[in-house]
Design a protein around this ligand. Structure first.
Ligand SMILES: NC(=O)c1ccc[n+]([C@@H]2O[C@H](COP(=O)([O-])OP(=O)(O)OC[C@H]3O[C@@H](n4cnc5c(N)ncnc54)[C@H](O)[C@@H]3O)[C@@H](O)[C@H]2O)c1
Length: 385
């Protein structure tokens, strides 16, 4: 893999929610604060924005800071100024452009879920692997300071061998039966419903923090099948049990119909000697009890993770000054650019396409389990198999 000294040219497909999040992060890199600050040898250069409509793409490119725009993703991939292709489009716009970009020798970053199905994700992983390019799946929660701290505590054995895992991601934007239809409610366009959308984040966090999932048993429901604008043929909610290769058991719940839960992601992980809780609504905190510290009869204690020594803090503000949700994207994008520059691997701290593929196998297993009313063991294929 080549080491680049010049700025890394970026093409991005999509300009809405995730487009804004990724462009915001890219524009911070090389700026006065954050990783890859002013001393950074090779900041990203925002070259081309790919959209569906020429006029809207041009407006979005100007607003997000891209030099130019196109409606032709093949032209963006062929552009010699582009080194990294960042796909933040809908799920049905991931596989074809990403595979083409990788085959053209461009490094690739793709929003989750990597593919609509495990087969699609596997083809993407295979293409990127065979092309020898850097490949990363945008599981951004890995890049939150509190999640990293939880990861480091668990990896250091501070809660012992993990026994119980409880993960939950709840939103409310489909709670109203009159909420309009969109691509996220189509199996053809999205792959699955809440399983691929929010469940894939949970699956990745389980794999990142605890280890491989070896069996799932799921119940899903589609609570509203007809919405203004279309028919819903994907799951609105999922409740599942999990078993992990390391012996832990767990539960996973995800819903887009949870009244009052706007964007609630919670993790609770208990080992033989401690427990760690994370709540996205308390972004810079963990609640925990860990080995090696005085036990408390008053339950878990709350810590602020923005203390000296946290690997993310040195790039930002003095200790105790909290970090926002958007900072996760800055770290994620910086990690990808560093991997391109230095040849260092995306894993284990970041998620590569193998992680995206393995999460997709678990998501497919959840879908099959719910459809068949039985436990399903995901089968993980080798690259190219
Ligand atoms: N990591 C996260 O936390 C997170 C959050 C939200 C969404 N996502 C993922 O990011 C992706 C995009 O989600 P979003 O919420 O930004 O979606 P969105 O529907 O708001 O935006 C999609 C964008 O892609 C563009 N687009 C659609 N078809 C296109 C085409 N054929 N060519 C070029 N551009 C096209 C649209 O114009 C729009 O700008 C999805 O895969 C989603 O699962 C991840």
């Amino acid at each position: 893999m080549s080491v680049r000294a010049e700025p890394i040219g970026v093409a991005m497909l999509g300009a809405a929610f995730m487009g804004r999040a990724h462009a915001h992060a890219l524009r911070i890199l090389g700026g006065p604060a954050g990783p890859g600050g002013p001393g950074d040898a090779a900041p990203p250069r925002l070259e081309v924005l790919v959209g569906r409509d020429a006029e809207r793409a041009a407006t979005a490119a100007a607003g997000l800071g891209f030099a130019r725009s196109t409606t032709d993703w093949q032209a963006a991939i062929a552009d010699p100024a582009v080194h990294l292709f960042d796909d933040v489009g809908p799920n049905d716009q991931h596989a074809e452009p990403i595979i083409a970009a990788a085959r053209a020798g461009k490094h690739v970053l793709c929003e989750k879920p990597l593919g609509r199905t495990a087969d699609e994700a596997h083809a993407m992983w295979t293409a990127a692997h065979e092309a020898g390019v850097v490949h990363a799946t945008a599981f951004n929660h890995r890049w939150l300071a509190a999640v990293r701290h939880a990861h480091d505590l668990i990896a250091a054995g501070r809660i012992g061998a993990v026994r119980h895992v409880r993960v939950r991601y709840l939103q409310d934007w489909l709670a109203d039966p009159d909420a309009p239809w969109s691509w996220r409610l189509s199996r053809e366009r999205s792959g699955s419903g809440v399983i691929g959308d929010l469940g894939s984040h949970l699956v990745d966090l389980c794999r990142h923090l605890v280890g491989e999932i070896d069996e799932v048993s799921a119940l899903t429901r589609t609570w509203t099948t007809e919405r203004p604008g279309g028919t819903v043929d994907v799951d609105d909610s999922v409740d599942a049990t999990l078993t992990f290769a390391g012996g832990a058991t767990g539960t996973l719940s995800a819903s887009r119909v949870s009244h009052g839960r706007v964007n609630s992601l919670t993790l609770e992980i208990t080992g033989e000697s401690g427990t760690i809780l994370f709540d996205l609504e308390r972004l810079n905190e963990l609640r925990l009890i860990v080995a090696g510290e005085p036990s408390t009869e008053q339950g878990l204690r709350t810590i602020l993770v923005t203390d000296p020594g946290h690997p993310f803090l040195r790039d930002w503000w003095p200790p105790g000054h909290t970090l926002g949700w958007d900072v996760g994207f800055v770290h994620e994008l910086h990690h990808v650019l560093q991997a391109i520059r230095t040849g260092e691997p995306i894993t284990p701290l970041g998620a590569d396409f193998e992680d995206g593929y393995r999460a997709a196998e678990v998501c497919d297993a959840l879908v099959r389990s719910a459809a068949g009313g039985r436990p399903v063991r995901p089968v993980y294929r080798a690259v190219g198999a």
